[in-house]
Structure formats: C-alpha cells, structure tokens
Write a protein that binds this ligand. Structure first.
Ligand SMILES: Cc1cc2nc3c(=O)[nH]c(=O)nc-3n(C[C@H](O)[C@H](O)[C@H](O)COP(=O)(O)OP(=O)(O)OC[C@H]3O[C@@H](n4cnc5c(N)ncnc54)[C@H](O)[C@@H]3O)c2cc1C
Length: 298
C-alpha cells in the first residue's frame, strides 16, 4: 500500500526514486519516498505529517552508503542543498547546518583563519554524515570539534544536546536517544591567523597519490582493525584487482572497491563478503564494514 501524505508534500516528494542517483557508488534500488526539505521548518512539518510507523532514513551526499538493490521502504530525507547555513559565531566557534558539505566547511574555516579543519577538505560528504560517522582523516576527527548539536525527532521537535551526551569512537557515534537526527552543530576550532590553503592542497595531494579519486567508490569500505590497516590485510591476501561482476578491489588502495559502471549492490556486497571471509581465513581478523549498508534485497 502506498504511503499517503498531505497534499503540500504529496506533490513535492519523489516516489520510487532510484538511490543510485544519490550514492557515490552509483548503486541502490528505489526509495519509496524521497524528500528534500526547503529548510528546517519545512522539514519539521514534513516529519509531523508522517505516520508513526514509517521508517525514516537520512542521507547527506551518499558517500558512505551501500543501498541494496531492493531499495528502501519508507522515507529518505536528503539534507543536500537544504540545511546549508554556515556562520561564524565568535573568534573560535562556528555554526553549521547538517547539509553543509565538508569541503565548504574546510574552505570557509581556512578563510576565517580557523583550524585544524584542513582534514575536512577531502571528505566528500556533508556535516550531517560526518557527525553520524565521526568522519576523520590525517589524524583529525569531526567530534574533536563538536561543542553541541541540534537534532530533530520524528515529531519534528528540535533538541540541543551537548557533545558529552554522545558516545563517540572510531567511525562510531551513539546518541542518547534513538531516532534523532542532526540538523546542525556548533564546532570549535583554534584561531590560527596564519592558516592557509597550502596545507589543504598538500592533504588533497596526499590523497590523490594514495587513493583512487574520481571513480565510483565509497572511500574506505572497512574500518581498520586495532593496531593494523584493513588495506594491508586485503593486499596481503592477494585481493587487489579481485573482481565480481563490474566491481573490483582497487589496485591503488586495497580498502577501496570500485564500481566500474555496471556493478549492482549485490555484486558489491558479494565482494565485501568475499574479502571478509578471505582475510579472516588468512589472518584470523574479521573486517568490519565502515560503509553503511541499508535496504532490502532484490
Ligand atoms: C573518495 C572518498 C573518500 C573518503 N574519504 C574519507 C575519509 O578520509 N574519512 C572518512 O571518515 N570518510 C571518508 N569517506 C566516507 C564518507 O565521505 C564519510 O563517511 C562522510 O562523512 C559521509 O557523509 P555523507 O554526507 O555522504 O553521508 P551519507 O553517506 O549520506 O550517510 C552516512 C551515514 O550518515 C547518516 N546521516 C547522514 N546525514 C545525517 C543526519 N543529518 N543526521 C543523522 N544521520 C545522518 C546516514 O543515515 C548514514 O548512516 C570517503 C568517501 C569517498 C567516496
């Protein structure tokens, strides 16, 4: 049975929207309902209009998502192009909404002379995704900078929560309440007047040298196990270049899986499972996925 919505939203949502259009792996079946709010009050009204039991999924830039070929039941809320306010509140504190791209955040902080924010430059996601994942690179992590977050619940009510209300680890964030999503955050940086673009360029260059950039991937597929690197283990198992369908392990960085154009989510998931089984057999280590897998089978 199709989900009924009030007329003001029924005309604006997209039904059966292919998630392959919204993920950096370019795979994923249809979302039952896809909604891009105009702003926060629009988002709150939309949430209030939803029946209690409807599943709600959030997406930023889809750069860490594997949506299965069967797609997503319920509603997908995309913050991209919405929730894009970015302000400086005082000498060391900024306010950013969840849809702000990490690259924009980094660029603006450099202009404001705030750092260290350079690591955000190469993360191809939104602040909302970075908050959900505790995204990080080159020794920097998102939650090192969070003072407080603003969240919204499924009734459209906003909450302010201190960073200390969250359990934060390596690519893991657990909030005090289920079904609350990030709409904004206050972030703290040091005032570093001398900060300049050279550092950002250097980090982007280091990425280009070691990672396959400009191809369809989700970045690192697996988290690094304690004291080791997933890429080292995958490479040591001889899996670089290993292919299933149109998906293969990158020759450049063994923790990246590339969709060469025609891969399905099932191909990618099979490849992930093959890597996990092979690495466990060879090294006795089970690699956990960093990429978030969502949705139903074909
Ligand atoms: C080439 C490449 C390089 C990458 N390099 C890095 C790297 O160096 N470091 C790193 O950490 N990651 C990296 N990634 C992975 C990815 O960019 C990050 O995980 C990023 O933070 C995801 O942001 P997103 O907006 O794309 O989130 P999405 O992929 O859209 O979503 C990721 C998760 O966040 C949740 N989410 C999104 N928005 C919200 C919200 N507003 N409230 C609550 N939950 C939300 C989603 O439901 C999902 O569970 C890389 C990816 C690629 C493709």
């Amino acid at each position: 049975m199709s989900l009924s919505l009030p007329p003001e939203f029924a005309l604006r949502v997209r039904r059966n929207e292919p998630m392959s259009r919204h993920t950096s792996w370019h795979v994923g079946g249809p979302a039952e309902i896809f909604f891009n709010p105009r702003d926060r009050s629009d988002l709150a009204s939309f949430l209030r209009s939803l029946p209690e039991a409807v599943p709600i999924h959030w997406i930023g830039l889809g750069s860490n998502l594997l949506v299965r070929d069967g797609g997503l039941r319920g509603v997908v809320i995309s913050t991209l192009g919405a929730l894009d306010r970015l302000d400086r509140l005082n000498q060391t504190t900024i306010y950013a909404e969840a849809g702000v791209a990490c690259a924009r955040l980094s660029k603006q902080c450099v202009k404001w002379g705030l750092g260290p924010c350079e690591f955000f430059a190469g993360i191809p996601g939104t602040l909302g995704g970075a908050l959900a994942m505790n995204a990080g690179a080159f020794g920097g992590e998102t939650w090192e900078h969070v003072l407080e977050v603003q969240t919204i619940d499924r009734r459209g009510r906003e909450h302010i929560r201190a960073a200390t209300d969250y359990e934060v680890g390596y690519r893991q964030v657990r909030g005090p309440v289920a079904e609350e999503w990030f709409v904004a955050a206050k972030l703290h940086f040091e005032h570093r007047p001398g900060i300049n673009e050279a550092k950002v360029r250097e980090l982007l260059e280091r990425r280009r040298a070691s990672q396959p950039i400009g191809v369809w991937s989700c970045g690192s597929v697996f988290t690094n196990p304690p004291g080791d690197h997933a890429a080292r283990l995958v490479e040591a198992s001889g899996l670089k270049g290993f292919r299933i369908g149109d998906a293969s392990i990158s020759e450049k960085h063994a923790n990246f899986i590339i969709n060469h154009g025609q891969a399905t989510s099932a191909d990618l998931e099979r490849l992930i499972a093959h890597v996990q089984a092979t690495v466990e057999r060879d090294h006795g280590v089970w690699l956990e996925t960093e990429v978030r897998i969502m949705g139903g089978g074909r």
